[in-house]
Design a protein around this ligand. Structure first.
Ligand SMILES: *Cc1c(COP(=O)(O)O)cnc(C)c1O
Length: 385
């Protein structure tokens, strides 16, 4: 058995990131400045995005995106039940209603059939999530959006390096929000960005920076001017150069991060394929996952213990795991406010009941993966029905 506890998801931050931070702290710019601009340019080139604004979180990106799209009271936004709470919270922030709908049984991403059934005359936006890094069915959602006059806003918090039918998520004109939170595939500790149509992204940039008109961040620089105007009461969502300095290094390392994630996934697949008790995550033929998470579902008919006990058994073997997520419609706020019952989104509720996330990050060495495989296999064998 493993001697030390394997924590679920430590960030992959190294010497290069640490020296980039120290170097930035010695410049006259520590908040939004040249490093942030450079990070935006590098992100735009990597993602092949029409435009990019760097922000202090993905939540901020989703919030300013909804505001830039003019979503407000009386509007409905369709959100998958299987996501992190922020995807729905931002809809509440703008005074609109998040309509929580079910996900596909295989990828656990937003179900186009469930979306179609939930569309009303008040629906304005579809807010799909590339859950665990697996892309949503964008073509199907596009045609629903076109037919009903809706816009798509993508939650790509898990999806840097995700491809849909060969094309990178974030390269389209849909507004798309990425997260660079500490646990994500690329981190700036806290941070995020919004990509998409240049005029909408520019509007979002202004909303996220006090409502000050363009390039106001330059006002302390020689090339800038002290003069700015406030065109709306905006928010304070800008990224700092200290964060961007980390992001620039992380973006260089992203291909090797992604390669390691794939290697680990390959080892898990090999080890668990014939175990019988686990339903493994899928990568559908048209999809290239960023493999942000490795979510397995227990087959109840094959095991005598439930998910919570399974997690405890792994913890007793020094393996940290997590659960992504308690579905949004089952959180007290959403349950009580809108009267949701678990069975309103049966696929999400059932998946939650049986799911756990195994460690998946570039810092895992082969011995770590062997320890995880050994522990999981042992727990399955001990508790087989
Ligand atoms: C992490 C996450 C967010 C929020 O990202 P922040 O950068 O922490 O604001 C939003 N949606 C999903 C699906 C996430 O996993």
């Amino acid at each position: 058995m493993r001697k030390d506890f394997l924590s679920y998801n430590p960030p992959s931050i190294g010497e290069a990131e640490r020296s980039a931070v120290l170097e930035t702290l010695q410049t006259p710019w520590v908040s939004t400045g040249p490093k942030t601009k450079a990070f935006e340019a590098e992100l735009q080139a990597y993602l092949q995005a029409p435009a990019v604004v760097a922000l202090n979180s993905c939540t901020a990106g989703l919030h300013v995106a909804l505001l830039a799209l003019g979503v407000g009271p009386g509007d409905e936004v369709i959100v998958p039940a299987m996501t992190f709470c922020a995807t729905a919270n931002v809809v509440e922030h703008v005074g609109a209603r998040p309509v929580l709908v079910d996900v596909c049984p295989d990828s656990l991403t937003l179900s186009p059939e469930a979306v179609e059934a939930a569309i009303t005359p008040r629906t304005k936006v579809l807010l799909p999530v590339h859950y665990a890094g697996h892309p949503v069915q964008l073509d199907e959602l596009d045609s629903l959006a076109a037919r009903h006059g809706l816009v798509i806003l993508e939650d790509a918090a898990h999806a840097i390096a995700t491809r849909y039918k060969g094309r990178l998520v974030g390269s389209r004109s849909n507004l798309t929000a990425f997260s660079f939170y500490a646990t994500k595939n690329l981190t700036t500790v806290e941070g995020g960005c919004l990509t998409g149509d240049p005029s909408l992204v520019e509007k979002a940039r202004i909303i996220g920076h006090h409502g000050m008109n363009r390039d106001a961040w330059k006002r302390f620089d020689r090339s800038g001017s002290w003069y700015y105007e406030v065109v709306l009461p905006g928010f304070k969502y800008n990224m700092t150069d200290v964060q961007a300095a980390i992001g620039l290094v992380q973006l260089q390392r992203l291909p090797s991060f992604q390669q390691r994630r794939r290697e680990v996934v390959g080892r898990y697949e090999q080890a668990f394929r014939n175990l019988g008790a686990l339903e493994l995550p899928v990568e559908l033929p048209w999809a290239e996952s960023s493999w942000h998470l490795y979510v397995v579902r227990l087959r109840k008919e094959a095991l005598r213990i439930d998910r919570n006990a399974f997690i405890e058994e792994l913890k007793a073997r020094n393996i940290g795991t997590s659960v992504h997520y308690l579905p949004v419609h089952m959180h007290p706020f959403y349950r009580d406010r809108y009267g949701y019952r678990p069975e309103d989104c049966p696929v999400a509720a059932d998946a939650f009941d049986r799911m756990l996330s195994l460690p998946l990050h570039p810092g895992l060495c082969d011995e770590d993966v062997d320890d995880i495989v050994e522990a999981v296999t042992e727990v399955v064998h001990h508790h087989r029905r």
